[in-house]
Design a protein around this ligand. Structure first.
Ligand code: PLP
Length: 373
């Protein structure tokens, strides 16, 4: 079969979504399924919706455009502030967007007015992680700015933690968001529909706090796709950690000395990885490189060790495995490596639905653009 490829188990993605939506539903929180790590794959999005996601979110208008007719009825949220230059496209592809900038808000209003529609705005509040967000003192002015716009609807307020600085979501920082919700509703005599509490890093807080207050939405990508909690990267109990598998093919298999010889300087990517051991190594080269994946997030099968990766070669110690040229090796992925592999034009995407009762596993191939070009 074609390699390298990333195998995507849609049944596991659906299961992970259902498991999380059931737990969060019990706490009054709905889930926005975030598709950005899968580049807005329509079938991944559909699996999230089958699993109970209330809507879809993505950081890029290109990905939202890809979601296609199969997900037509679903609400679509642009979860990165729209580029000023993309305001029209943002309004066309998303019915809601997360916002922080007055100039962008004005452009969205203008674009929506021209199209004769209304666009939903969630204002993002800076809660301490120092990525996107309006500082709390400036929220009242931003609220007024949205409420004045005839073609915009203020849907609610939101926050995002743990992405830039690793700040852990907790009662203290989430309370800043909740107090702003209270103040906004009193000052303007409105009711905010959505309090979008955060991403997968908010799960632990959302499932355990007794001060959930008005948070009623989480935007979840990683925990659905990889089953992991971004705060510690451990698989959440009850979820599948192996919905994605990267498969590479061996192109050289040889016993090589434990240590390189000759005077040494930098390697292709800076400091060469340290090889340990003196004897000989049962080495293989897999046709996978940094153009396909980030080596730091590649998880080899038990008994196989990663020895290093350059642009196109992954060197492994196969240990006791009996592997030959042409054999395939299957790797797990962390979030960074998943994003890189999904984005690489060299990696073919194979999406598998849940097995049929008669044992047939339907699958769809998406060849990389480099392969089909
Ligand atoms: C990526 C992103 C998410 C989803 O994050 P996960 O950790 O994948 O759940 C949610 N909100 C925003 C603003 C994001 O950029």
């Amino acid at each position: 079969m074609i390699a390298p490829r990333i195998e995507i188990d849609l049944g596991k993605i659906e299961h992970n979504t259902r498991s999380l939506t059931e737990r969060l539903d019990a706490r009054g929180i709905r889930v926005l399924g975030v598709t950005k790590a899968c580049l807005g794959s329509p079938r991944v999005a559909a699996a999230m919706l089958r699993g109970g996601a209330a809507g879809l979110g993505d950081s890029r208008v290109e990905n939202l455009s890809r979601l296609g007719i199969e997900n037509e009825g679903a609400s679509r949220t642009l979860i990165r502030s729209p580029m000023l230059s993309q305001a029209s496209r943002a309004v066309r592809t998303a019915n809601v967007s997360l916002n922080t900038e007055p100039a962008v808000i004005a452009a969205l209003d203008e674009a929506a007015r021209r199209m004769g529609i209304r666009h939903g705005v969630i204002l993002m509040v800076e809660l301490g992680d120092l990525r996107e967000g309006i500082v709390a003192d400036e929220i009242p002015a931003a609220v007024r700015a949205v409420l004045q716009r005839r073609s915009l609807v203020l849907i609610g307020l939101g926050g995002n933690l743990a992405c830039q600085s690793g700040v852990i979501p907790a009662d203290a920082n989430m309370d800043v968001l909740h107090r702003l919700v209270d103040r906004t509703e009193i000052d303007h005599r409105i009711r905010l529909h959505t309090i979008s509490g955060g991403n997968s890093a908010n799960l632990e807080w959302a499932l355990t706090t007794n001060r959930l207050e008005r948070t009623n939405e989480l935007r979840i990508g990683e925990a659905i796709l990889l089953g992991t909690d971004p705060l510690n990267r451990a698989v959440i109990p009850g979820l599948h950690g192996d919905a994605f598998t990267l498969v590479g093919e061996i192109i050289e298999r040889a016993a090589k000395p434990g240590q390189p010889w000759g005077h040494r300087a930098q390697s292709a990517y800076g400091e060469p990885p340290r090889r340990t051991g003196r004897g000989s190594v049962r080495q293989a080269i897999v046709a996978l490189g940094r153009q396909d994946v980030d080596i730091d997030g590649v998880v080899p099968p038990a008994g196989i060790t990663l020895l290093g990766m350059s642009s196109d070669h992954l060197v492994i110690d196969v240990g006791d495995h009996e592997l030959a040229v042409g054999d395939e090796v299957r790797f797990g992925l962390n979030y960074g490596s998943l994003v890189r592999a999904m984005t690489s034009p060299f990696v073919t995407k194979v999406e598998r639905a849940a097995p049929h009762p008669d044992g047939v596993v339907p699958s769809v191939l998406h060849a990389g653009t480099a392969l089909s070009g």
